[in-house]
Design a protein around this ligand. Structure first.
Ligand code: SF4
Ligand code: SF4
Length: 140
């Protein structure tokens, strides 16, 4: 069957497509990557793939029937795999990231603080200290 593009999928922004009040998103590229079997979630709430977590996903929904990618047979996060890592939690400058939760509002305030320091570069609402651990470039 010939794949057919969904018109609303084409219009979806690649980034900054979230509600800035409650920090929810109607369309999560990361969640779609998980559903597609690309990796497992780490303590840092990022999806760790065989290439690591320090990347960015894009997604597109089509109607073609494609054989599913086999899911990873194990956790890619060292902590969830029985290790003692927690680099991400230790290096979060705000305390927003904990093993049992992520305070998205605190995290987002930090991103906006950084953006305020680099206004000459355009919108730089970034931090990502939690993405620089051993899972940045590969699984445990
Ligand atoms: S830094 Fe360590 S504990 Fe945190 S997500 Fe990566 S592997 Fe897991
Ligand atoms: S982006 Fe920065 S503030 Fe937010 S959870 Fe990661 S390390 Fe913490």
């Amino acid at each position: 069957m010939k794949p057919r593009m969904l018109p609303w999928a084409v219009e979806n922004e690649g980034t900054h497509n979230f509600n800035e009040e409650d920090l929810t998103a109607g369309w999560s590229h990361k969640s779609i990557a998980f559903v597609a079997g690309l990796g497992t979630f780490g303590v840092n709430r990022m999806l760790i793939t065989p290439a690591g977590c320090a990347g960015r996903f894009g997604s597109m929904v089509i109607s073609a029937e494609i054989p599913p990618t086999p899911r990873p047979g194990r956790e890619f996060c060292r902590y969830y795999n029985g290790g003692k890592c927690l680099y991400c939690v230790t290096n979060c400058p705000t305390g927003a990231l904990q093993v049992d939760g992520l305070d998205k509002q605190t995290c987002y305030r930090r991103l906006l603080e950084v953006a305020g320091q680099f206004t000459d570069l355009g919108l730089c609402d970034v931090c990502s200290k939690c993405a620089l651990g051993p899972c940045a470039t590969g699984p445990a």
